[in-house]
Design a protein around this ligand. Sequence first.
Ligand code: MN
Length: 292
Amino acid sequence: MVILGDFTVAKDRHSAVLVNRLFDSIVSLLDCYDRVILLKGNHDCLAPEYPFLRFIGTYDRISFISDPQIIDLSVGRTFFVPALTKWSNLEFPEADYLMTHATFSGAKAETGFSLTGVDPLVLDGFNGEVVSGDVHVPQTMMRGKLTYVGAPYHVRFGDCFDPRLLLIGDTGNRIDLEFPAPRKHTFSITRPEDLMEEGAAEGDHVKVKCLLKRSDYSLWPSYRTEIRSIVADRGWRLFGAEPVTIGDKMSDKSESADLTEAVLPDDLVVDYARRHKASADYLKAGRRFLSG
Ligand SMILES: [Mn+2]
């Protein structure tokens, strides 16, 4: 089992809970695999010589790779190149695979944009196949010579790629492995009940943006309560719910006419005072400002 870098986003100062869970999980992989190899990613250290999880490599049958090295795997001879290696100084050995953690120019990000990074032409000097971590979206480049394994789960809200682990068989055959993991959704709604239409699975992570006219902002506290209860009912985990203002002046004349009828300045002040738990004196002072 090879893990191609970036175990966490934060590079340092991880909590005891996280570190112990991570350690136990990595050690438990030894029940299924002869050996576990962790390759240093750019998020695995603040100072390149002190990767946070380097100590895990002292455990029997687990290696943490901080410097380029060759290891014989069941799939063939493999040259490991960790993040932060200077590619221009690198001499390529004869090997079946080069496994690395790098962004090569032209790789596609989650947004669909092309990333810039290491010039993929540096790989011309290597004769085998290249497998890399770092970019989250599974993809191949250079007519199949370079493969991004991709992330095994969604990393950012709005991600829509299919997460995977890549199984490379001893004959070089490849199989995509997918494991159940929470997906990360961002839902834009106009009313809480719109959430009933969404197809997220139990355990998925959800952010909710509720599009509201400014004049409807007084609805937000009750909307928020409803959103929380629907999310809890569906078994999702809520990672934020916020109102987003939609324009009500430019777009629709009849709506803005509606607006002046619907909301009186006094209502806005009363609502504001209630939300901020203002005392009766403050409310009185606010209303006095209105009446001039
Ligand atoms: Mn990275």
